[in-house]
Structure formats: C-alpha cells, structure tokens
Design a protein around this ligand. Structure first.
Ligand code: PHE
Length: 406
C-alpha cells in the first residue's frame, strides 16, 4: 500500500504514528516574520544583531559573531533532543508537546536544535534566529508558532587568558568534582570566568535594549544542555517576566561536536516575549496581523527604535463554554482540543482553557469543561458569528476527538 506523506518545502516525509502536524501549522512555515522588513520582530531582532556586532569585535575591529536567520525549521529529533542530551523520557519529546512530521523529523521546538551542527562546522560565535513550534494553550502570550534567538560563545584558551589576565586551566584534574555551580570536567576558575562573562554579556544586552534603568534578577534553572543554568528575569510594569535562559554548555555536547578541548556558554530567548513589553504589544496574535493599522505603526521609528504601540481599538469579548465527556476508547489530551480550537476558530479565538473537570463516581466517565473567549483583533464580533464558529468547534470535536457533548 502507498504510504501517505507530508510535504514541507518540496521535501516529503512519510507519515507514521508520530505525525501530528496540521495544514494550519504547516502554513506558517516560510512566513519568516523575523526577516520581513518593517515587521516589529525584524526590528527587534536587528537590535540584538547590532548588539552582538558592536560588542564582540576581533583584533582588526571586525564583528566575530555570525548571524543565521534562514535555517529550515524542519529538524531531526536527534538535532532537537539527542544532540542536546535531552533524556529519552523528557516530557518535551511527547507527541502532545511538539509537532512531528514523523518519528525522525519534527518542527524545531527551540533554536538550540542547530547548536551542535553549527559547532561541528567549526563555528565558535553565532546567533541563530528562527521560527519555533510548540503545542500549547492559546492566550494573549501563547501561540503555537513563535520566534527565538539562540546564541553560542566558545572560548579559545587564549581568550580566557585575556579575560583573566593570567594563564587559566580549563579542565579540572578531579573530573568527579561536579556540584551545583559547575560541571566536573571544568576547573573552578574557568567555570567562574565563563559564568561571569555570560551574565555580564546578557545583562549588557538587556540594558542596551531596554535601557540602563531596567530592573533584573538571576534565577537558577535547569536545562539538559547547560550546567550551571540560569534564567534572567526583567521587571516590566511591576511584573517579573522571564527574559531568557542560558548556561555553560555541557562539555559532552562540545566533545561530540569536535570541540572537546573548549568551554563556552549558550543562551536562548523568545523574540515575542521581549518585543511585546518593548513595544507595548498586548497580544501575541498581533504579530500575525496583516492589518495596516498594526504594521504602519512600526514605520519611521525614532532613532532609539523605541515606540509604544497604540491598540487600534478594544473590541468586546464573547465567552462561550463547552462541556463534553472524554472518549473511553481513545487517548485525549487538552492540547489536542486547544489545537482544534485554533484550527477552526482561527483569528477569532483569544483564549481557551480548561476550567473544570469531573469524574463520574459510578461510571468512571470523565468530563471536561473549556472556556473559549472569542475576540477579533480588528472588529466587533456579533453573537451570531461566534455561535457559528462555536457550533463548528462542537461538531469537529465530536468527529475528530470522539468526545460526547454534554
Ligand atoms: N532552548 C531553551 C528554551 O527554549 C533556552 C536555552 C538555550 C537555554 C540555550 C540554555 C541555553 O527555553
């Protein structure tokens, strides 16, 4: 029998039990908002690029960081997970969390997916910009496609010495000497120089973008591909928001990529997450707006690049709930329903979340109740329009997910 396949960018991938990409998700590929002239994500990206070009220069004044912004978002599961030491049972590998073309290929869930390959190519200093794909709930700050910047800085022994002033041993003689602060293989000294350099660089970057006065704090984090790992948070209007994740690259990754004699740092950040406070953009879906009322506001920016987005107008919300019994024969996960709502509700849906669940004491049947908040970004919706879409979602949920409406 002929097998079905998914075609992306002219390449076909044979479908299997892992395939969960939808036509809607595939339609985002190639939009490249981060490369579109005048798009706020492109403007914001340019600020980061300028920082890396200015801040790191070689002996003759040339920039030492290379920028990659056109790498295909289709990656192997090896690139996205294994090459980064993500454990086999890590939840991010789950079909419910990532978009798979098939068992071996997926849409990258982070730009870190390219780290190992680029190091293998011999690169030491680079930043990758790109679109990333994750299955998630829908609200003002979550969308299944968003954009990231991922940077790597690998030091030569010479560079470490220059920063430190004197000779530095990169490695520890006692390889078992690992703790919360460092990997066993690296010397305490080298680890400290690199960690300090990482934190200083990223704080300088954030201050360069948001201004000297920006309030920030460091938090310890865990990533499978770095140790130690940190998160940088910034205070925006009295709220702490996560600005980026970073850490000292796991030595095993460098070793596997042919740079086993080195030490280096890496970071990753979400462009929308930072561009939203930077431009006061209230809803992540606006980045996909084709309305001139949105994009025109980013023309002729002042010299410092800063501007405050003015909402075109605020349209009222329409709230409809949906309750159903979960199928007994089939697996059901909330992300399947969120995605279905995104597919059939499209630009009309502002939020969808699980608000109640209930298990029948006698039958053991489980029911879920979801609240769907409808609001169009650019017009007032009539109840009739909303009802039509809501009805469609009910029908599709019954047909596709096998739920039974209550
Ligand atoms: N890939 C991580 C994320 O998507 C961010 C990260 C990149 C953290 C590189 C550490 C080093 O959240």
């Amino acid at each position: 029998a002929a097998s079905k396949s998914v075609v992306v960018d002219g390449k076909s991938y044979i479908e299997d039990e892992y395939t969960n990409v939808t036509p809607k998700i595939l339609s985002f590929i190639g939009t490249n908002n981060h490369n579109r002239c005048g798009h706020p994500l492109n403007l914001f990206k340019q600020r980061l690029v300028d920082f890396f070009y200015d801040h790191f220069r070689g002996r003759t004044g040339n920039p030492i960081f290379s920028i990659y912004d056109k790498i295909n978002p289709v990656v192997t599961t090896n690139e996205n997970f294994d090459s980064l030491l993500v454990p086999k049972d890590h939840p991010s590998r789950n079909k419910t969390d990532s978009y798979y073309l098939n068992k071996t290929h997926m849409l990258r869930a982070h730009c870190t997916a390219h780290q190992s390959e680029l190091i293998k190519m011999g690169l030491d200093n680079f930043v990758v910009f790109g679109d990333v794909y994750r299955r998630d709930e829908i609200d003002a700050t979550h969308y299944p496609v968003f954009h990231q910047a991922d940077g790597v800085h690998i030091f030569t022994p010479n560079e470490l010495e220059l920063i430190n002033g004197t000779n530095v041993n990169v490695f520890d003689n006692d390889k078992n000497n690992s703790n919360d602060e460092k990997q066993g293989v690296y010397s305490k000294e080298a680890n400290e120089i690199v960690t300090d350099h990482l934190k200083k660089t990223l704080v300088t970057m954030i201050k360069k973008v948001f201004g000297e006065e920006i309030e920030y704090r460091w938090i310890s984090e865990y990533f499978p591909f770095t140790h130690p790992s940190f998160e940088l948070e910034i205070n925006y209007n009295g709220q702490w928001i996560e600005a980026l994740g970073c850490g000292v690259i796991r030595h095993e990754i460098l070793k596997n990529a042919g740079a086993g004699n080195r030490i280096g740092w890496a970071f990753g950040l979400g462009l929308e997450r930072l561009a939203m406070p930077f431009y006061s953009i209230p809803d992540i879906r606006l980045f996909w707006s084709k309305d001139s009322g949105f994009l025109n506001q980013f023309q002729n920016l002042p010299k410092d690049g800063r501007m405050k987005y003015k909402p075109i107008s605020i349209y009222p919300q329409c709230i409809n709930d949906i309750s159903f019994w979960l199928p007994k024969e089939k697996q059901f996960c909330s992300n399947d329903f969120y995605e279905l709502v995104g597919n059939y509700g499209g630009q009309l849906v502002e939020q969808v979340k699980l608000i109640d669940q209930f298990k029948h004491p006698n039958t053991g049947n489980v029911s879920h109740c979801y609240r769907i908040v409808y609001r169009h970004l650019e017009k007032t919706l009539s109840q009739a329009e909303v009802n039509e879409v809501h009805k469609l979602i009910e029908i599709k949920a019954t047909q596709i997910l096998g739920v039974k409406l209550r």
